[in-house]
Design a protein around this ligand. Structure first.
Ligand code: HEC
Ligand code: HEC
Length: 253
């Protein structure tokens, strides 16, 4: 793909959709030769999500590369089935089968591409400290669990279903937590993230998004293989899209 500044999305769209129609849709019917052609077939996706799904520099489109495959797969189902809303995404994944969506998810999950430098935080030190405290320890008074409890002690996620929280744009993090609060985004029930976001105030969301987006992504950035031990005496959490959360606490799904 050309390295020159991308033309505005509106002028790229017809071409994007045409590329998609030619590649993804016909591919779903043709004999699959994924190894050679998945990069080609997902060009319509990388037009927004950046080369190889590494996230584009405009600061909103989320990265896809290297995220846990189960997580990416659940998101594609969520867009297709109306638990997440972004018209252009939904239209693209709408005609695709579960099997093909899983194939796309595995493709992006397998890509190891470098992360961008973290965004400098434009908030006060106090706000950053609050963000870090929420991420590492939660807030017992407001019953907000630590993000590390599920997103992994390095916050790089836990395979196969829980995404990392580092390397995401601040605007994207703010928007996602806000979308859970307003029920615009939903995960498979029971939706633990909806409960957690619901306990956070606007200032908590600002703080945690500012801190997370200003942290460097560790190298390697791979998701952890297993969840950390849950804190003793902590609340019991159930996440419909991540059965490992229940298993780590020794509770039935
Ligand atoms: C027109 C731009 C555009 C195109 C083209 C596009 N996406 Fe997206 N995608 C987005 C936006 C914007 C979001 C975040 C939406 C939101 O706020 O929830 C997103 C979110 C996602 C997510 C969720 C990521 C996460 O971390 O939760 C996945 C997975 C995804 N897209 C995959 C794809 C795939 C696969 C394709 C190609 C079939 C594709 N996208 C094409 C704009 C696009
Ligand atoms: C009890 C487990 C649990 C805890 C604790 C938790 N999360 Fe999550 N989180 C999840 C799961 C599971 C998902 C994937 C949801 C899905 O499949 O859509 C997720 C997804 C997310 C996403 C979406 C990422 C993306 O790429 O779109 C954000 C943002 C997020 N969590 C933020 C947080 C923050 C901030 C905290 C700490 C205040 C936190 N989470 C604590 C389980 C948890």
């Amino acid at each position: 793909m050309a390295k020159s500044p991308a033309p505005p999305l509106t002028s790229r769209l017809p071409c994007l959709l045409a590329t998609l129609a030619l590649s993804l849709c016909t591919a779903a019917h043709a004999a699959p030769k994924f190894e050679d052609s998945m990069a080609q077939r997902t060009l319509a996706c990388t037009a927004c999500h950046g080369e190889q799904g590494r996230a584009a520099p405009d600061g909103y489109y989320p990265r896809l590369a290297g995220k846990p495959a189960g997580y990416l797969y659940h998101q594609l189902l969520n867009f297709r089935d109306g638990r997440r809303h972004y018209g252009l995404m939904t239209r693209m994944v709408d005609p695709l089968s579960d099997a093909y969506l899983l194939e796309i998810a595995r493709h992006f999950s397998s890509l190891e591409v470098p992360y961008p430098a973290p965004q400098p935080a434009d908030v006060t030190a106090t706000v950053l400290q609050r963000g870090e405290a929420l991420a590492r320890h939660g807030d017992a008074q407001r019953r907000i669990p630590a993000c590390v409890q599920c997103h992994g002690s390095a916050l790089t996620g836990v395979a196969p279903d829980i995404p990392g929280l580092l390397g995401l744009p601040r605007d994207y993090l703010n928007a996602q937590l806000g979308a859970w609060q307003t029920k615009q985004r939903r995960a498979h029930a029971p939706d633990c993230m909806a409960q957690i976001a619901g306990r956070m105030g606007a200032d908590d969301v600002t703080a945690v998004a500012a801190w997370l987006s200003s942290q460097p992504v560790p190298d390697p950035a791979k998701p952890a293989a297993a969840l950390p031990a849950p804190p003793p005496g902590g609340e019991t959490w159930r996440c419909g899209s991540a059965p490992a959360v229940q298993a780590a606490q020794g509770v039935k799904p």
